[in-house]
Write a protein that binds this ligand. Sequence first.
Ligand code: FES
Length: 95
Amino acid sequence: MPVVRFIPLGKSREIRAGATILAAANQVEVPIGQSCSGDGICGWCRVTVVEGMEHLSPPTPLEKKCMETNSFSLNERAACMAKVKGDVTVTATYW
Ligand code: FES
């Protein structure tokens, strides 16, 4: 199963393939901002992908719209929508 690592917190979680980064974060009590509960509107769940971008699902049209609206950088994804397919390492400015 893929592993999601949260740096610099030193936490990680093995999670079933296809689960979101947000699901992994919730399971190890890593705080991730959100105000739309994963509806793809707020963009508060932005995380920076340090390693393993290729192991995430391609952005859906909804995530693409969220990323554009909220001016995401190329190495950022919405944790509530990015699905994990392999090992990935992420960080956020407030950790
Ligand atoms: S929680 Fe709102 S876009 Fe992810």
